[in-house]
Design a protein around this ligand. Structure first.
Ligand code: HEM
Ligand SMILES: N[C@@H](CC(=O)c1ccccc1NC=O)C(=O)O
Length: 277
């Protein structure tokens, strides 16, 4: 079976052209710049920005998943320098994707309404890669899988993510490998279940923070990642409020009201210990 990575990335080895490699051919720019196809006749001025922003997001999501998978292997190898290096890169990307919201927020409600009706029932809710990131971070919900019919493009990747251990599972094994008495029930947990806070683990983490600066640093980077995702969710819901107010979403949800319920941390234990430090 192909790995997640090889499904997503086409390797160009089959293209042994006699032409010299150029900027345009290496980056496949002719393909890339053909992919922005507005629905609005005219077309409406802001639809190009709307399409490009989302395409850029999906490209960053692809890189994030690639880096998160790398981070998991660094945890398996107990490789602190590389854990820090990759986590820092992920954090810079998260900052970048949060900052991009500023650009889309220059679109006024009327500018969006000029083509919103043409979006039908399509919605960011359907982003497979965003759900993959959520699953990788332990935010597992089998109900999400049921939103996608069996033949939905990328559903197989999402399903693989659902059944695979996530970043937190890799971290628990890393703690165990570093000599911490992580309970068997956590090491062998059913990885298809959402992460639940654990008081036993919190006691271990408190010990880490008091005694082990290098593992503490790793925990702080995981907390930064959690905070980064929450920042994106917060900025997204504010963008939604200012653009469509309290209207229902195209994806069938209550819109901003639904999104406000998603502003939760992914690694609750790392937040819970703060009051005991
Ligand atoms: C004018 C800009 C935007 C508006 C008004 C908007 C609106 C919404 C709404 C109302 C939802 C709830 C689902 C629904 O019923 O449709 C949603 C979900 C979502 N949107 Fe957007 N969105 C915007 C831009 C973006 C951008 C730039 C992205 C980047 C990929 C994005 C990604 C998502 C994702 C991932 C969800 C699912 C969130 C979850 O279920 O936790 N949205 N959006
Ligand atoms: N859900 C948005 C529409 C929207 O923003 C959207 C539509 C298609 C593809 C991506 C989108 N971005 C985020 O949801 C709305 O209700 O207006």
């Amino acid at each position: 079976m192909k790995t997640i990575d090889s499904q997503q990335t086409t390797h160009g080895t089959e293209e042994q052209s006699s032409q010299a490699l150029t900027y345009v051919s290496y980056l496949r720019l002719e393909d890339l710049l053909r992919l922005q196809v507005p629905k609005s006749p005219g077309p409406e001025h802001d639809e190009l920005l709307f399409i490009v922003i989302h395409q850029v997001y999906e490209l960053w999501f692809k890189v994030l998943l690639h880096e998160f998978d790398y981070l998991k292997t660094h945890f398996q190898n107990k490789d602190n320098p590389h854990i820090e290096h990759t986590a820092n890169r992920i954090l810079k990307i998260l900052k970048t994707v949060v900052a991009q919201i500023d650009v889309l927020e220059t679109m006024t409600p009327l500018e969006f309404n000029a083509f919103r009706g043409l979006l039908g029932s399509s919605s960011g809710f359907q982003s497979i890669q965003f759900r993959e990131i959520e699953f990788l971070l332990g935010h597992k919900r089998s109900a999400i899988l049921r939103h996608y019919p069996a033949d939905f493009p990328g559903r197989d990747r999402l399903e693989q993510r659902f059944y695979a251990p996530g970043l937190w599972d890799a971290f628990l094994h890393y703690l165990h490998q570093n000599g911490y008495p992580v309970p068997e029930s956590l090491l062998n947990r059913d990885v298809t279940q959402p992460l639940e806070p654990s008081e036993e683990l919190q006691r271990i983490l408190i010990d880490v923070y008091r005694q082990n600066p290098s593992v503490q640093n790793v925990c702080e980077l995981l907390l930064d990642i959690d905070e980064g995702l929450q920042e994106w969710r917060y900025r997204h819901v504010k963008m939604v409020e200012r653009t469509i107010g309290s209207k229902p979403g195209t994806g069938g949800s209550t819109g901003a009201r639904y999104l406000a319920t998603t502003l939760k941390p992914v690694f609750p234990d790392l937040w819970a210990i703060r009051s005991s430090l």
